[in-house]
Design a protein around this ligand. Structure first.
Ligand code: ZN
Length: 312
């Protein structure tokens, strides 16, 4: 039993234009670093399938999915780009990249529940945690983690799952979808204030939102995990953990002003593995969200994966 690593070449073909931080090279940096460090030998590399429209419907409105499809699918032939918000645009490769991103999360969920992997990481883009039930925003189109969590609950019969989000930005889309769904406990840290300027007031009692002041470092985040996340997770006893794994709280990342380093990501991951081992048969599905300094991203993903795959 190994850690499964889901990705797909289609996820590279989504391109929001020269100079955009959410770029195809992010996945190249991760892959190159895993090869250079030999970590690929500890992982089971798998191709992400396409998500189905029925699977998307567990987290998104049918109207939104149909509208997005009508907008994005023709771009493959026309070669055009369309702007969905000031930071988020779609081009010829976007529709299939988005389908692979959510498809990876669902396939990883099935693999872990079926015992075909002990846990899984999805190296996909576009990211997902800003996508709400009915809107694309903040580089995100489909909420990969929310789609997967709902798949575990609605299709696979799980009764309680946790979503953990350590991206530097608040996962407003995930909160929009799962706030009030008492089958899900969401715990997160995020810099505040920072885009999308939400999260300070949680939208449901199943949300543990921990705003972190700019320029805080790992000690502050570790204390938040110990004091705010772990007691709620222990009480909730999730049967599976989903991680919105953004690495833009890294000290070298310029999209936020937090000061995490690789050792902090390893420490957070270890705490989550302990929760999963205690309550969830070790079941974790982690999905890439942000992380825009290519070197820091690759090193942080590797630190995260070393803990998931239990290699020194
Ligand atoms: Zn982010």
């Amino acid at each position: 039993m190994t850690t499964a690593f889901y990705s797909h070449a289609d996820c590279r073909a989504h391109d929001m234009g020269r100079g955009h931080p959410e770029c195809p090279q992010r996945l190249d940096a991760i892959h190159d670093h895993l090869i250079a460090t030999g970590l690929t030998s500890a992982l089971d590399m798998r191709d992400a399938p396409l998500v189905t429209l029925a699977q998307l419907a567990h987290a998104h409105s049918t109207g939104y999915v149909n509208e997005l499809r009508a907008q994005l699918e023709p771009l493959a032939d026309s070669g055009e780009h369309v702007a969905l918000d000031p930071d988020t645009s779609a081009g010829p490769g976007t529709w299939f990249a988005a389908l692979r991103g959510a498809g990876a999360a669902v396939a990883a969920t099935d693999a872990v529940i079926d015992g075909n992997a002990v846990n899984a990481f999805c190296a996909v883009r576009p990211p997902g945690h800003h996508a709400t039930r009915g809107q694309a925003m903040g580089f995100c189109f489909f909420n990969n983690v929310a789609v997967a969590a709902r798949h575990a609950l609605d299709e696979r019969g799980l009764e309680r799952v946790a979503i953990v989000d350590f991206d530097v930005h608040h996962g407003n889309g995930t909160e929009d979808i799962i706030a009030g769904d008492e089958r899900v406990l969401m715990v997160s840290i995020f810099q505040h204030p920072l885009y999308p300027y939400s999260g300070a007031v949680p939208l449901g009692t199943n949300m543990v939102n921990v705003p972190i002041a700019p320029y805080s470092r790992g000690d502050v985040v570790r204390a938040a995990v110990n004091d705010m996340w772990l007691p709620r997770l222990e009480e909730f006893k999730p049967q599976m953990l989903f991680i919105s794994a953004g690495f833009d709280a890294h000290r070298e990342d310029e999209l936020g002003q937090l000061g995490l380093v690789e050792a902090d990501y390893a420490w957070i991951t270890r705490r989550l593995v302990e929760v999963a081992d205690s309550h969830a048969q070790g079941r974790i599905v982690s999905c890439l969200e942000g992380g825009y300094n290519l070197s820091a991203l690759a090193r942080s993903v590797a630190a995260h994966l070393r803990v998931l795959a239990d290699v020194a």
